[in-house]
Design a protein around this ligand. Sequence first.
Ligand code: CTP
Ligand code: MG
Length: 235
Amino acid sequence: ARTAAVIPAAGRGVRLGPGAPKALRTLGGTPMLIHAVRAMADSRAVSLVVVVAPPEGAAEVRTLLDAHALPERTEFVVVPGGETRQESVKLGLDALPPGYDIVLVHDAARPLVPVDTVDAVVEAVRDGAPAVVPALPLADTVKQVEPAIAPGEPEPVVATPDRSLLRAVQTPQGFDRDTLVRAHETVTGDVTDDASMIERLGAAVVTVPGHEEAFKVTRPLDLVLAEAVLARRRL
Ligand code: CTP
Ligand code: MG
């Protein structure tokens, strides 16, 4: 069973602040997207990477991929993305040729995921799980709140879920391709990850251990951490 990776990279990165689209911002001098592509292509299992580029940036992304040394055994395809992450992933899935039975979906915004995590996800899908997510326990206590009556007013806390049963999930998330395609064709409504669409289908989703370095670059402080992790790796 061949494995492809779809990398949604079409977001603007509003929370990171003004500048280039987030995936094109650099870490250690190299665009975040290239780090993410390399993280997928470094897995022996992955033979195709589909990059879902910012809608106006597909040509630029193609040029970037050609300009960086990437594993020769991997093929790279670039498609323009959509308005939402979900649409972007769907556009990436639409570009997959036949013959790839396993699909990883990996955020460009998680540039530093270690290859062992990627391999663990692929392995669990090969072992028969239709959907696999890397997951970590939470460090913070989590509260459920009610919306504030008005902006600036306090939010009433309504519950404290048992933290030992909560997980923060990362990417790459791994899927049986047919199940993921069916989820994208049938599930509607807002979702923040692909596995939740599989849950709505009623199919099984399982976890494998995530990794601290697979954190998502979302806010400016995350860039500081990412630069530090990269610098430590280069020692
Ligand atoms: N993404 C995408 N297409 C979109 C929106 C998001 O491909 N229309 C991708 C992002 O490029 C990112 C991943 O989905 O790799 C996770 O999204 P997020 O971290 O929220 O990135 P952005 O949407 O770019 O950031 P923000 O929400 O702060 O604008
Ligand atoms: Mg977003």
